[in-house]
Design a protein around this ligand. Structure first.
Ligand code: 5GP
Length: 185
């Protein structure tokens, strides 16, 4: 997968925490080019919560919304999104709500920055990396320019719960179970 992301040439990585932190850090090493600066990682933290006041999408479940816990401090970090290739990283695309929220909010930030500082939003390219995409009906869609232009980097997997190694208290046991299941996680 890294050759395809290498072609995308991210200028910065935005990791969605907590699941995207370790994949983002590993990707940074994989993408490091000799003589090129190390790609900066910025963190955002999002969580899904159930809104009991919204109309249910299914008979039993209340609406599920994305809650913004932490966002990029553009002033403090001095970073902007203008004229960049930006890779958004998370561990898994499940309902797609988190990725959709992250991308649409970052696009809003980009447009605001272009208005304030001058710049063309079309000169920024967003890409998405997730370790796994669960093959299932999604609750949100990502724009065609992500899906059709080779800017969505992932491995498609069946819809079942994935236990990531960084969630394990006993990594040797985790590895043993992976091997038993024939998985490469
Ligand atoms: P979404 O439904 O918005 O695509 O995913 C929300 C979040 O749920 C993900 O970022 C991830 O933290 C968590 N999640 C969804 N499916 C799994 C899974 O199979 N394993 C783990 N560990 N987390 C998951």
């Amino acid at each position: 997968m890294t050759p395809k992301i290498r072609n995308f040439k991210p200028d910065l990585i935005i990791a969605i925490g907590g699941g995207g932190f370790i994949p983002a850090r590993m990707l940074r090493t994989c993408l490091k080019e000799l003589g090129e600066p190390t790609i900066r990682i910025y963190a955002i933290i999002l969580s899904l919560y159930e809104d009991l006041n919204t109309i249910s999408t299914t008979a039993e479940k209340p609406g599920v919304h994305v809650n913004r816990v932490q966002w990029i401090d553009y002033d403090q970090s001095g970073v902007d999104l203008i004229n960049k290739n930006i890779l958004i990283v998370d561990e898994v695309d499940d309902t797609r709500k988190t990725l959709h929220y992250a991308l649409s909010e970052l696009e809003k930030d980009l447009h605001k920055q272009c208005q304030e500082k001058g710049g063309d939003p079309n000169n920024t390219k967003f890409g998405i990396f997730v370790c796994h995409n669960k093959l299932k009906p999604k609750k949100e869609q990502l724009p065609d320019y992500i899906m059709n232009e080779d800017r969505y980097f992932t491995k498609n997997v069946p819809d079942s719960w994935i236990c990531y190694p960084w969630e394990s208290n006993d990594i040797l046991f985790h590895q043993k179970m992976c091997e038993k299941q024939g998985n490469d996680l």
